[in-house]
Design a protein around this ligand. Structure first.
Ligand code: 6R9
Length: 655
């Protein structure tokens, strides 16, 4: 295996200027963490974060796995991201270059972002929102979105951002779970030249019931259509904040104070509210932005993620701002007005660090190969010095294309493995140090103790695939699942490993010679479609909630060239198995139903109908058989425990 590896050493000029330069520097940091774990994190927490009250204790393991970091320190995340930069003389520096869907550009300086954040914070305070309250944010990519998150952090309110592509039902579920007092939204979002309603979805969500905690809906004006406003409950953000002071004393919170809740999919049940801390989270956000992205004062950083996902939280709202960087916030989509949009924006704004997802790269490769005008070669991308990838494994072919055509062969690529639960990068190259191997996320970030183990937690030798775990707590780790500490323990610190190791939910293998990690995919029932995490159970429940039609449903993933994985649903209807046009019409109806229940991202690509599902005699659905059928593979597995073997032929037909 090692023989075939293509290795890209860090370019000498990059290494020479990098924050972490050379493998010896990387190894020295790992060694420092190994020798004195708390000393290492304590040193970095003092260097990167401004504390109101300094902490005296780094790590408290007394209630493991509910770890506490820097617990007697106090700080404010928004102070660290905004005021501190202004105090350092960066007030006039551009914090955000916002590019709207239609191409209009707005630059916002640190002083302006601070003033805006303070006004929103004062507005929230005037509504009685205070430390410990939850605030939902359901808004598109915008300066207002970032400022709303910062404003919550400023007053100690815990934000919970819901991605604008989620449905009313999903939003309702999250509102109910958080017990939020207010929602910040916009009248609409603009994507691909179209105005799509947001506030109307909030109204629908609140109408579904269970949202009694919501007292106020604050609406940012984005579009020009009329927007229904419920008197007493709804208010335009502009009306609330205009005339309010542009300064607001930060609420100093304990390091463990929950900065945000972000919902993500697990293998069972409803999405879980991942709770992050303030101190430890912010430290890792800042530290990884510094070391993995090598962020410097004159960089223009662009993370294309949405603030509705963890990548947008850590690498748009918090990390780059904590370091006083300049970043792009982009409202639109990569294919509008054409598939050259990303390349044109890199050229126009002289982006130097670009961070995106493999699924975007793969779809832009397709477009570029079909049309020279949207090929990166038609743009001046010479400002780029570093590229990044996140969200799913990047296949070597896409890696090579990204490296050659976007990075001009000179930019290192950081393939960053991490999760909503980890808060920031866990396994990733450091661009001035780590030799790169396409398809591998290489080595753990200094201080992070990831390992590959067997089912009972024994270390596996390099070259043997197994289960990815983290052996030690780290500052930006998930603190709990909101409202469900038992589920937190069961999901992440299972008894299989005596409750000692963090279970990532992914499989991994280390290269026999280099020890480099390659992620082999989820080992649970979580799918990764275009970098979006979804539980198969969630999609199944959405399907069976179409009670007039569906008797039973099973959902599996199958490989897809563009989206990484595609959702494939096997459905048993309450009526005879449909074929031809009837099957097509019902499949469309079911897709729309899932879109309504969860959101368009969860719509199954394939829907196959059967008289039944393959089950064991004890009635368990044999998903591994469904996975083979979805791939179009011949069934070679043992089917002796199968109750109804004939069903395989029927489901194998593409109907
Ligand atoms: C940041 C983010 C987490 C899951 C994770 C894994 C997959 C993320 C990856 C990767 C291979 C990478 N994943 N980055 N797999 N290589 N560089 O994506 O968070 O949405 O919670 O997803 O995504 O399967 O477990 P999240």
């Amino acid at each position: 295996m090692s023989e075939e590896l293509k290795v890209y050493a860090p370019p000498a000029d990059f290494a020479a200027q990098a924050h972490v330069s050379g493998m010896a520097a990387y190894e020295a940091l790992c060694k420092e963490a190994e020798t004195d774990y708390e000393g290492y994190w304590g040193r970095l927490a003092k260097e990167l974060i401004s504390w109101k009250t300094p902490f005296t204790k780094v790590l408290n393991e007394a209630e493991a796995p509910f770890f506490k970091w820097f617990e007697d320190g106090t700080l404010n995340a928004s102070y660290n991201c905004l005021d501190r930069n202004v105090e350092r003389g960066l007030g006039d520096k551009t914090a955000i270059i916002f590019e709207a869907d239609g191409g209009e550009v707005t630059k916002v300086s640190y002083s302006e972002l601070l003033a805006k954040t303070c006004q929103i914070a004062n507005g929230l305070k005037s509504l009685g929102i205070k430390k410990g309250d939850r605030v939902m944010i359901y808004i598109a990519m915008s300066v207002d979105g970032v400022a709303a998150m910062q404003a919550c952090a400023r007053i100690g309110a815990t934000h919970s951002v819901v991605f604008g592509g989620f449905s009313a039902q999903s939003l309702r579920d999250r509102i109910e779970d958080t017990g939020a007092k207010a929602i910040i939204t916009a009248d609409c979002q603009v994507r691909g030249g179209k105005q799509l309603p947001l506030k109307a979805i909030v109204d629908e969500a609140l109408g579904l019931g269970g949202c009694d905690s919501i007292q106020k809906v604050l609406v940012v004006k984005r579009g020009d259509a009329k927007c229904a406003m419920t008197a007493g409950r709804d208010q335009w953000m502009d009306d609330l904040v205009s005339g309010l002071p542009t300064t607001c004393e930060p609420e100093w919170v304990e390091a463990e104070h929950p900065l945000f809740l972000l919902y993500t999919s697990g293998s069972t049940g409803k999405p879980k509210g991942v709770q992050h801390s303030t101190g430890g989270y912010l430290l890792h956000a800042a530290l990884t932005t510094k070391w993995t992205f090598d962020l410097k004062a004159d960089d223009v950083f662009w993370c294309t993620a949405d603030i509705g996902w963890v990548t947008g939280h850590t690498y748009i709202t918090y990390g780059p701002l904590a370091l006083g960087g300049t970043e792009i916030v982009f409202e639109g989509v990569p294919t509008y007005p054409d598939a050259g949009r990303f390349w044109k924006m890199i050229q126009d704004h002289k982006v130097s660090i670009f961070y995106t997802a493999p699924t975007a790269i793969r779809s832009l490769i397709k477009a570029a190969e079909a049309n020279d005008a949207v090929h990166p070669k038609s743009y001046d991308l010479s400002s780029l010095r570093l590229l990044g990838s996140v969200g799913e494994p990047i296949n070597p072919a896409a890696w090579e294309w990204y490296h050659q055509h976007v990075g001009g062969g000179r930019c290192p690529i950081v393939d960053t493995f991490w999760q909503t639960e980890t808060g920031g990068h866990m396994i990733t190259p450091l661009p001035g140090a780590t030799p790169l191997v396409p398809g591998s996320c290489t080595l753990p970030f200094p201080g992070i103790q990831f390992a590959v183990v067997d089912e009972v937690g024994n270390d596996l030798p390099w070259g043997k695939g197994g289960i990815l775990v983290c052996k030690k707590p780290w500052p930006s780790m998930i603190r709990t699942i909101w409202g469900d500490p038992e589920r937190f323990k069961k999901s992440y610190y299972p008894e299989d490993f005596k409750g000692k190791y963090y279970l990532a939910g992914d499989g991994a293998i280390r290269d026999e010679k280099t020890g480099y990690f390659t992620i082999t995919g989820r080992i649970d029932d979580v799918l990764n479609v275009s970098g979006h995490r979804m539980g198969t159970m969630e999609i199944e429940s959405a399907l069976v909630s179409c009670t007039e039609l569906v008797a039973e449903a099973a959902v599996v993933g199958r490989p897809d060239d563009t989206t990484g994985e595609a959702i494939c649903a096997f459905v048993v209807l309450k009526r005879p198995r449909p074929t031809g046009d009837e099957a097509k019409a019902i499949a469309k109806q079911l897709r729309d139903h899932v879109g309504k229940e969860i959101g368009p991202i969860a719509k199954p690509k394939d829907i196959r109908f059967g008289d039944n599902l393959p089950k064991t005699r004890s009635g368990k659905i044999m998903r591994r058989l469904l996975r083979s059928l979805a791939k179009g593979e011949a069934i070679t597995q043992d089917t002796s425990t199968l109750e109804n073997p004939a069903i395989l032929d029927q489901l194998g037909e593409n109907n």
